[in-house]
Ligand binder design. Structure first.
Ligand SMILES: *[C@@H]1O[C@H](CO)[C@@H](O)[C@H](O)[C@H]1NC(C)=O
Ligand SMILES: *[C@@H]1O[C@H](CO)[C@@H](O)[C@H](O)[C@H]1NC(C)=O
Ligand SMILES: *[C@@H]1O[C@H](CO)[C@@H](O)[C@H](O)[C@H]1NC(C)=O
Ligand SMILES: *[C@@H]1O[C@H](CO)[C@@H](O)[C@H](O)[C@H]1NC(C)=O
Ligand SMILES: *[C@@H]1O[C@H](CO)[C@@H](O)[C@H](O)[C@H]1NC(C)=O
Ligand SMILES: *[C@@H]1O[C@H](CO)[C@@H](O)[C@H](O)[C@H]1NC(C)=O
Ligand SMILES: *[C@@H]1O[C@H](CO)[C@@H](O)[C@H](O)[C@H]1NC(C)=O
Ligand SMILES: *[C@@H]1O[C@H](CO)[C@@H](O)[C@H](O)[C@H]1NC(C)=O
Ligand SMILES: *[C@@H]1O[C@H](CO)[C@@H](O)[C@H](O)[C@H]1NC(C)=O
Ligand SMILES: *[C@@H]1O[C@H](CO)[C@@H](O)[C@H](O)[C@H]1NC(C)=O
Ligand SMILES: *[C@@H]1O[C@H](CO)[C@@H](O)[C@H](O)[C@H]1NC(C)=O
Ligand SMILES: *[C@@H]1O[C@H](CO)[C@@H](O)[C@H](O)[C@H]1NC(C)=O
Length: 738
């Protein structure tokens, strides 16, 4: 107890503690900073910045996120900065110059995607010996003569969609360590022999959508370590006789949608480790599956979707392909009678997709598939009567019969499928399900009934009335225009083990307070895309003490107090994006609840950049989507007030130009007092009582852990203290004119 008080005194005294754990470092006015693990993240994204706030940065910044601003020029940065990751996606840069990145000795990753960069100096990261990731996708690069980049350590390069028409033989000469290269979306047309010669370490090569017509015979002859090759969305009339011969380690090949009409029998002769082959969306009506892939001993998955196949290709098409465990034939117009013949040899099949095949009936062949675990027959205009042909599939664990025009399913259809784990019936008009239909699905884990036109929720009579379905943990009812009564449980008692319930887009304005009377174990509740407009209609949350994830995105809520979820102490994710939030102190209250009471802003989705967005290769660079609106009938406030507990502004007197604010910005400028201990609602009384009962035991543990924290803290505070002293020495402001 004393330790804790002492600790707090220390924190307040030195103003160095953050979340009671790590010392708070410098943070520019326009940005929002936090620790990710022990690393200082400075998040200046979406802030309309035209310049980088160099002199307000901490020298210990680990991630500097400047995505989606208006920055044209970069650096040099303070020379002793320890920045590891620099994010400058979606700005207005035109060049990458060596002088901009001078002295960044610690830099590992940089993201300049979505700028206007035309030119890159090959040696621009010479000062960063550990540099491994460069993202440049979506820039209008000018043609490159000679070496593009000279970075010994580079492992990951994304230059997709950069308008490159030609790769000269020296292009990759000085990035020989590269293991992943994405060239997709560049109109390259042809690939010459010498281009990839330096890349013998390459494991993943993506050239999707490159307008490729031709790949030279020896183009890949140095890529002996290549495992993954993607060549989809091209126009390959390549002479395939030896292109793939030099890829002995290839495991994954995607040739989807590349206008391939013919593949020679020998095309894969040297790719003995090929496990996944995707040939979807090519005109392969005369493709000889048996000869072409028959010898691939490791082949596990073959995708022939949308290939205009007209089965039987030849009567024994799959005779020699019996090792294949996953076969995708969706999107070919097939007939039940042909399938019966062609699929007969595939007795080892575990996964089969026949979706979108125009099937009006099903082949009576399913009794042959002794190992079939997953079957997708969705999006076929099936006649109700043929569903019974599936009855022999007693090993089936996944069945998708979605969007199949079914309106009636015979009550015995699933009676033998006692191994079923996931059943998808979405997109059928199922208002009249027969009593007992799901009765024997005693191992069911997930039931999907999205967009079934259901006006009433699941009826108890569908299940055995004396049984709790102990594995049934997920139910999806999204997109049904549910009409809910004022009171009474939404789901029957048999579903009492339910953990995840999806009720998104169900036209709901409320749910009765006892909606979850039988299903109190729910941990994930998805209510996005409904019409909830007031937290008063969320009383049903009181019955869900185990709730962890609450998704209320895209409703009509304008305010949400943490009091609404006082009886849900386990909440770890609150999704609130897309509601018309009002900028008022309830925003600050919820912010403080997440930050102080729950100990992490990460709980509020969209409040701050999430841990997963600090990693490489994400496509959506714009993350802070939790915004509120100032009341537009009032003049916009001029910010002068600094509130205790909130970070003060370095430059006072801020004039707002926009009524839309991210929550992060609003909380800081709002002048709303921080509430250190939030008021308990009366409803929470019994919970408090139980908490205090626990106290005698927990105090001993708390004291021990506090002591440990204290020792750690003293070390950190010590370091931070030395650090702040060092920072006080004046630093030269970077000269932005050179
Ligand atoms: C961004 O800044 C420009 C001026 O630099 C201003 O005209 C514009 O309104 C600002 N946009 C927002 C959304 O604040
Ligand atoms: C490429 O690498 C070689 C050898 O490491 C080096 O001599 C040369 O200067 C580099 N080229 C460029 C343009 O950096
Ligand atoms: C690829 O070629 C087609 C026509 O041949 C053209 O319309 C398209 O813009 C090209 N794609 C790229 C990325 O240049
Ligand atoms: C197959 O790959 C091996 C190993 O790279 C190579 O030695 C051999 O020549 C290749 N076979 C053919 C037919 O190219
Ligand atoms: C199947 O493989 C055997 C042995 O490799 C071969 O003789 C036969 O022609 C193949 N069948 C077809 C239809 O390709
Ligand atoms: C599919 O193949 C047939 C010939 O087998 C051809 O007439 C038809 O146009 C092809 N369909 C498509 C969508 O290319
Ligand atoms: C349910 O499954 C059991 C055991 O597999 C079987 O004996 C019984 O007939 C099935 N019930 C129905 C209604 O089919
Ligand atoms: C459940 O279904 C049965 C028969 O279909 C019907 O009689 C009963 O009213 C339904 N119960 C509810 C609560 O909808
Ligand atoms: C539950 O009811 C079903 C019929 O509704 C019956 O077949 C089964 O034996 C009963 N199980 C138990 C455990 O009572
Ligand atoms: C949604 O609910 C409203 C009443 O709350 C009703 O008027 C409307 O018809 C419903 N929409 C659908 C698609 O059922
Ligand atoms: C909730 O789950 C626990 C086990 O995790 C179980 O013992 C309990 O019966 C469940 N509650 C309900 C209402 O089924
Ligand atoms: C401000 O927010 C409103 C409502 O959320 C939205 O319609 C509008 O586009 C936003 N304006 C800007 C500049 O982001």
């Amino acid at each position: 107890m004393k330790l804790v008080v002492l600790l707090n005194a220390l924190c307040i005294g030195l103003s160095l503690c953050f979340n009671g754990q790590l010392a708070e470092l410098e943070c520019p006015d326009d940005c929002d900073c936090h620790y990710f693990r022990i690393n200082w993240v400075t998040d200046c994204s979406d802030s309309n910045l035209t310049e980088i706030p160099y002199d307000e940065l901490s020298l210990s910044v680990y991630v500097l996120d400047l995505n989606n601003n208006q920055i044209t020029d970069v650096g040099p940065f303070p020379h002793d900065i320890k920045m590891r990751r620099l994010q400058l996606a979606d700005n207005l840069m035109t060049e990458l110059k060596k002088e901009s990145f001078a002295g960044l000795n610690y830099l590992i990753d940089a993201d300049f995607s979505g700028n206007m960069i035309t030119r890159v100096e090959p040696d621009c990261f010479d000062d960063s010996p550990g540099f491994i990731t460069l993202e440049l996708q979506g820039n209008p690069l000018e043609p490159v003569d000679g070496i593009f980049l000279s970075i010994k350590s580079l492992l990951y390069l994304d230059i997709s969609n950069c308008g490159l028409k030609y790769l000269n033989p020296l292009f990759f000469a000085n990035i020989t360590a590269l293991s992943t290269l994405d060239l997709s979306g560049n109109p390259l047309g042809v690939i010459d022999n010498k281009v990839f010669e330096p890349l013998s370490s390459l494991e993943t090569l993506k050239m999707n959508g490159c307008n490729l017509t031709y790949i030279a015979n020896y183009a890949f002859n140095s890529l002996e370590n290549l495992k993954n090759l993607e060549l989809s969305a091209n126009m390959l009339t390549t002479d395939w006789s030896s292109v793939l011969d030099y890829l002995p380690r290839l495991e994954y090949l995607d040739l989807r949608n590349s206008q391939i009409r013919h593949l020679p029998e020998s095309v894969f002769r040297n790719n003995t480790y090929l496990r996944t082959l995707i040939l979807a969306q090519n005109e392969l009506n005369d493709f000889d599956v048996s000869q072409t892939v028959g010898k691939l001993q490791q082949l596990d998955s073959l995708d022939l979707s949308f290939c205009n196949l007209t089965l039987p290709l030849s009567e024994d098409a799959f005779v020699n392909a019996t090792k294949i465990r996953s076969l995708f034939l969706s999107g070919n117009s097939l007939f039940a009678s042909d399938l019966l013949v062609a699929l007969a040899p595939l007795s080892n099949l575990e996964r089969l997709s026949l979706s979108n095949c125009g099937l009006t009936r099903l082949p009576d062949t399913f009794r042959n598939f002794k190992s079939l675990q997953e079957l997708d027959i969705s999006h076929n205009p099936l006649n109700d009567a043929f569903v019974k042909l599936l009855t022999p599939l007693d090993k089936l664990e996944y069945l998708n019969m979605g969007y199949s025009n079914l309106s009636y399913i015979a009550p015995t259809s699933f009676s033998k499928m006692t191994n079923m784990k996931r059943l998808v019936l979405s997109g059928n008009d199922l208002n009249n399900l027969e009593a007992g239909l799901f009765g024997n699905l005693t191992r069911l884990e997930s039931l999907e009934l999205n967009s079934c036109g259901l006006r009433r929720s699941i009826n108890a009579t569908l299940f055995f009335n004396n049984l709790t379905y102990t594995d049934l943990t997920e139910l999806q009812l999204a997109g049904n225009p549910l009409q809910v009564s004022k009171s009474g449980p939404l789901l029957p008692r048999q579903l009492s083990r339910l953990l995840t319930l999806d009720l998104s887009n169900c036209n709901l304005t409320f749910l009765p307070p006892d909606a979850f009377y039988w299903t109190r174990n729910i941990t994930t509740l998805i209510l996005s895309g409904n019409h909830f407009s007031s937290a008063d209609n969320l009383q049903f949350l009181e019955l869900l003490p185990k709730l962890k994830v609450l998704d209320l995105r895209h409703n009509k809520l304008s305010s949400f107090s943490p009091k609404t979820i006082y009886l849900n102490p386990n909440v770890e994710k609150l999704k609130l994006i897309g509601n018309p939030w009002r900028c008022d102190c309830t925003v600050a209250e919820l912010w403080d609840w997440a930050n102080l009471e729950k100990g992490s802003l990460g709980i509020l989705e969209g409040s701050t950049i999430a841990a997963e967005h600090v990693t490489v290769g994400k496509t959506n660079k714009r993350k802070k989507l939790l915004v509120c609106n100032y009341d537009t009938s009032q003049p916009l406030p001029i910010i002068t007030k600094t509130v205790r507990g909130r970070r003060p502004f370095i430059k006072p007197q801020r004039v707002l130009t926009s009524t839309n604010r991210t929550w992060a910005k609003y909380v800081r400028e709002s002048g709303c007092e921080q509430l250190p201990v939030l008021q308990r609602s009366p409803r929470a009384a019994d919970l408090n009582y139980r908490r205090s009962e626990l106290e005698p035991n927990t105090w001993a543990a708390a004291a021990i852990s506090a002591a440990a924290v204290y020792i750690t803290l003293m070390t950190i505070v010590g370091i931070a203290f030395v650090f702040t002293k060092k920072r006080r020495t004046p630093r030269t402001t970077p000269d932005k004119n050179n």
